[in-house]
Design a protein around this ligand. Structure first.
Ligand code: ADP
Ligand code: ASP
Ligand code: MG
Length: 406
């Protein structure tokens, strides 16, 4: 196929209503008339997925994950059909497909399925017929024909995976901001758009809560070295390129700040301080299917210690149940939890070679009377768990302290 192939993904806010769908169709047709082959990936309209999750919760406290996938996958099926119709209205030929129809085969992990392979045959055939291909994001199918979804924000992953499968020239992610910013522009209006960012930094920012890209999509893009252009569906401005290496001579100590309010903290008080206890606790929690993030264990002076850790709020009920069981077995004390926490992180590749970055973060938080409850570090980030009510204040202060608005 001689014409270059472009993958364009439009997020929920870009297809939130009829006007937006028509505007997106217009934009797709413009790219097509510039002699490109286009594969479009769409998310569900606006907040559809959240609404579907809520609907399920009104019926069942713990809905079966298989049925959740059946339910959630419908959102993207609606939007891909509507976008295809809007394109046809503009006189171009388009065809919509679900994830399974384009051969996205996943494992069996309902609601967080991993893509195992993609057969690009259906897409290639439609492109040869000069059609614009619209694919429902966020979904696939197991070998046994079970519908699966790829984790929240998973349409980004669909777009990157398809770009790899059909050897696209570029993968464009259209969203409601003009690119990747130094921090969430909804929290800090002075945040600056970043021209280029490395896969490593973007992966760290996404994993630490910058909602703009799904972390797994960046992991896959990095593995296959697929450049991603994040840009606005509301303007023609160039956005941010996510690439292997940027043109910068030296890395900044801190290039971005993230804020994540999706976690909750659990504390087990008065745990016996002896070998094997941490293993017992975290095996029980892992067996319950819960992922644990930050863990802090205090030094015990009285043969007892407190252990605190964070889990996703969506896993809190499951985690508390497992924690109560193991705490009783170990004859530990009370189990406490706190949903009102936030993880504030600073990210930057230059951290590897700059001294005093963490100290500056802690000083800044202290000056703003923000109490730090837990700390974790990686080679390119430092995270603090703080009270949720102080999250915005902390992000603004750190953005200023690290001169990111300049
Ligand atoms: P979509 O519906 O297009 O998938 P998302 O809501 O998933 O969009 O992601 C876009 C949002 O991510 C933005 O509206 C912005 O508030 C938020 N965001 C968080 N951190 C950042 C950041 N560093 N740069 C840009 N946007 C960010
Ligand atoms: N609609 C799904 C979600 O809200 C997938 C996506 O938007 O990428 O998580
Ligand atoms: Mg998204």
């Amino acid at each position: 196929m001689s014409k270059p192939i472009i993958v364009q993904k439009f997020g929920g806010s870009s297809v939130a209503n009829v006007e937006r769908i028509k505007a997106v169709a217009q934009r797709i047709v413009e790219t097509k008339t510039k002699k490109n082959n286009i594969v479009v990936v769409v998310s569900a309209l606006g907040d559809t997925t959240d609404d579907l999750v809520q609907l399920a919760q009104n019926i069942s406290e713990h809905p079966p994950e298989r049925e959740m996938d059946m339910l959630m996958a419908t959102g993207e099926q609606i939007s891909c059909a509507l976008v295809a119709m809007a394109i046809k209205e503009l006189g171009q030929d388009a065809i919509s497909f679900t994830g399974s129809q384009v051969g996205i085969v996943t494992d069996n992990t309902h609601t967080k399925a991993k893509i195992e392979k993609i057969s690009a045959r259906t897409i290639r055939k439609a492109l040869r017929q000069n059609k614009i291909v619209i694919v429902a994001g966020f979904q696939g199918m197991t070998k046994n024909n079970e519908i699966t979804t790829l984790g929240r924000g998973g349409s980004d992953l669909t777009a990157v995976a398809l770009a790899i499968a059909i050897k696209a020239q570029v993968c464009e992610i259209f969203t409601d901001v003009e690119g990747i910013y130094t921090t969430d522009p909804r929290i800090v209006p002075e945040a600056k758009k970043i021209k280029e960012i490395t896969f490593d930094e973007m992966l760290e920012m996404a994993s630490l809560g910058a909602q703009v890209m799904q972390p797994r999509s960046i992991e896959v893009a990095r593995r296959f070295n697929i450049p991603i252009h994040v840009r606005s569906s509301f303007s023609k401005e160039e956005g941010t390129m996510i690439i292997k290496n940027t043109q910068k001579l030296e890395d900044l100590a801190v290039s971005g700040i993230t804020c994540n309010k999706a976690e909750a903290k659990i504390t087990i008080c008065n745990v016996p301080d002896k070998p094997g206890v941490a293993a017992d606790i975290f095996t029980e929690i892992s067996d319950a299917g819960v992922m644990v993030d930050t863990i802090v264990q205090n030094v015990g002076h009285t043969r007892q210690t407190d252990i605190s850790f964070t889990v996703l709020k969506t896993d809190l009920a499951k985690a508390l149940k497992a924690t109560a069981v193991i705490a009783a077995k170990l004859k530990a004390g009370e189990v406490l939890h706190d949903k009102n926490i936030a993880r504030i992180s600073i990210v930057g590749s230059g951290m590897r070679s700059h001294r005093g970055v963490a100290a500056k973060m802690f000083q800044t938080l202290a000056e703003h009377k923000v109490n730090i409850e837990m700390i974790t570090t990686s080679d390119i980030s430092v995270s603090c768990i703080i009270g949720q009510t102080q999250a915005e204040k902390a992000v603004k202060a750190l953005h200023k302290a690290f001169s990111l608005e300049e």
